[in-house]
Design a protein around this ligand. Structure first.
Ligand SMILES: NC(=O)c1ccc[n+]([C@@H]2O[C@H](COP(=O)([O-])OP(=O)(O)OC[C@H]3O[C@@H](n4cnc5c(N)ncnc54)[C@H](OP(=O)(O)O)[C@@H]3O)[C@@H](O)[C@H]2O)c1
Length: 100
């Protein structure tokens, strides 16, 4: 699972809940929050100020965007193609956006 905004109010809950349910969690946050996001259980952390995480989104079964700013494109909806299967992407992913 990818949690965008993992260091925020919603994101910190999402990371911990996902870990409690046994998910492998990658959190996206700024540099100053990477230690926090790791400390609450994220397996991997992407610093969005240094890395373009949108390049990697096809790797996730579930993407939670707490910022509402990242339109789920091929990210979570990548279909099951032979090429994806070769890369271990056997299921169609889902994307959720949390905002009001
Ligand atoms: N908190 C609540 O009780 C609650 C209830 C209902 C709805 N909501 C809604 O849920 C959404 C999130 O709320 P929140 O309380 O979690 O807000 P928050 O604490 O301000 O966290 C939002 C996070 O979004 C990240 N972010 C912002 N722009 C980004 C970008 N362009 N790329 C990557 N990350 C970005 C920031 O991460 P970095 O600082 O690491 O960059 C920030 O930590 C909001 O729309 C809010 O209205 C919140």
């Amino acid at each position: 699972m990818l949690v965008i905004g993992a260091g925020g109010g919603v994101g910190t809950f999402a990371v911990q809940l996902a870990k409690a349910f046994g998910a492998h969690v990658t959190g996206v946050c700024r540099t100053s929050k990477t230690d926090l996001v790791r400390s609450i259980g994220a397996d991997d952390v992407i610093d969005h100020t240094r890395e373009d995480f949108t390049d990697q989104v096809g790797h996730y079964d579930l993407i939670l965007d707490t910022t509402g700013t990242h339109t789920p494109g091929p990210a979570a909806t990548r279909p099951h193609t032979p090429r994806n299967a070769r890369h271990g992407r056997r299921r169609r992913g889902r994307a959720l956006a949390a905002r009001h």
